[in-house]
Design a protein around this ligand. Structure first.
Ligand code: SF4
Length: 463
């Protein structure tokens, strides 16, 4: 299997927007990099909520006639990569629950820490769950509270710990909510007479929207008949935006908390080059796609020419699993091809965003050397990956992370690089210009309690 980290999920909402399901479809299309396992849209015509969802890419799940039949001017959508909960159809979002007081739909990005405890509590109170996703726990928790829908979301959000950016709708209103640590991004913008909400701002730009508002940690935004109101569900907030959103997940054209993702990555490349003043090399190449911005920064700072030394085949499946080493090697070749005429006889600086298990890095270094590269110096635009994520990112356990087992020198030998350097945690924070970041997968400093996952982490660490 490719040793990649997997994106989490993407959410999109359209409130009081004509053809809301079509707008949501285009929004999800822009967020597809955040999840390719399933896609879904729930739409309200003011009376009822209709939902359509299924496994696969947004383009495969929805045909034109589907969107025409999903009528209404309020919709929420979701693209998914499963972290908490399995790949069962029941876990595909949006999840809609129909009660005596009407219907509520939810689309959630993140992973909550206390889902097992809350699920048990809710089951003891008589709740019946259809699937295993933590998003269904949030939905049941909201349904169980008393008061207006806003009050119920406020009470439910205060009980949940961990990472969540979710959108909730009933037949008439829509709410966007972000966890108190600000782990996952969520923004909204005005669009025509209504509003759109998205995990990433790249979805706004395809609609010609260039101004947006980021939800603050611990905030709920209510969209109700043309009015937007902001509420805090807690005062106990902090700022721990996932650093991997900047390093790897988000699209370079997205802006998160005022920082353009491409600009952030470029700055990490500048810092890598600053640390390399004595290195003698001929060219800089980036591993496509997420490392190209950092490679630009490295080239600008170092004065070395930036070259296209690796070409990515975009049509190879992302979850490409092969049973034998030979087929796995061929898989890497199918996905990434070195440009022989560029790298032959050159001392190459290869910029990558991260090393998870190390097997892919080793194969890329080998490919470059087989194509004639004289030296390959690997520079990683993030710190050493040492701890698992419990906030909605599918990472390996510690024993599978090469950074948790080997020193940087040992990893350098394993991947057969001529030299290897990473950034430090302080350096990725420097690139964010003072914005509070979660760096737990690098330094093990988790901002939340972790609940039952704490035991899993302790066992993992002690193995
Ligand atoms: S642990 Fe790592 S991947 Fe998870 S939220 Fe924190 S920075 Fe992001």
């Amino acid at each position: 299997m490719f040793d990649e980290i997997h994106e989490e999920c993407g959410v999109f909402g359209a409130y009081q927007v004509e053809n809301a399901s079509s707008i949501t479809y285009y929004g999800l299309h822009s967020l597809q990099h955040r999840g390719q396992e399933s896609s879904g849209i729930a739409v309200s015509d003011g009376q009822t909520i209709q939902v359509q969802k299924g496994p696969g890419l947004t383009i495969d799940v929805f045909k034109r006639e589907d969107l025409e039949s999903l009528k209404g001017n309020c919709a929420i959508g979701h693209v998914r990569y499963s972290t908490a909960g399995g790949q069962e159809l029941e876990n595909i979002q949006p999840i809609v629950s129909r009660g005596h007081a009407g219907s509520i739909g939810i689309a959630h990005n993140g992973q909550i820490d206390n889902d097992k405890e809350l699920r048990l509590e809710l089951e003891n109170q008589g709740c019946i769950f259809q699937g295993t996703a933590d998003s269904e726990v949030i939905l049941h928790l909201i349904m169980k509270q008393t008061g207006t829908l806003l009050e119920r979301i406020q009470k439910a959000a205060a009980k949940i710990d961990g990472a969540f950016s979710f959108i909730v709708m009933n037949e008439e209103k829509m709410y966007a909510c972000r966890d108190k640590y600000g782990l996952r991004p969520l923004s909204y913008a005005s669009y025509g007479d209504g509003y759109v909400i998205s995990s990433e701002t790249c979805a706004f730009e395809v609609m010609g929207i260039y101004e947006h508002v980021d939800l603050k940690p611990g905030e709920i935004v209510e969209f109700n008949k043309g009015l937007v109101k902001h509420f805090a569900y807690t005062q106990d907030t902090s700022h721990h935006m996932c650093s991997m959103e900047y390093i790897y997940f988000a699209r370079p054209d997205s802006e998160i908390e005022g920082i353009n993702v491409h600009a952030y990555r470029k700055e990490t490349g500048v810092i890598l080059a600053r640390n390399d003043e004595d290195l003698e090399a001929d060219i800089v190449i980036g591993v496509p796609d997420s490392s190209l911005s950092a490679a630009i920064g490295y080239a600008e700072q170092s004065g070395l020419p930036l070259e296209t030394g690796l070409v990515k085949n975009r049509y190879v499946g992302r979850t490409f699993i092969q049973p034998t080493q030979e087929l796995r090697d061929r898989g890497v070749r199918m996905k990434l091809s070195p440009v022989e005429s560029v790298v032959q006889g050159k001392r190459v600086v290869m910029i990558d965003d991260s090393i998870v298990r190390g097997t892919t890095s080793r194969r890329i270094v080998r490919l470059l050397k087989e194509s004639g590269a004289k030296e390959v110096h690997v520079r990683i635009a993030s710190p050493v990956f040492m701890y698992p994520c419990f906030y909605g990112v599918d990472t390996s356990t510690r024993k599978e992370l090469i950074g948790a087992r080997l020193s940087v020198k040992e990893i350098e030998d394993y991947i057969e690089a001529d030299s290897l350097k990473y950034l430090s945690v302080d350096e990725i924070k420097e690139a964010a210009h003072g914005l509070g970041l979660c760096c737990a997968c690098f330094d093990g400093k988790y901002c939340s309690d972790l609940y039952s996952y704490k035991k899993q982490l302790e066992e993992d660490v002690s193995e």
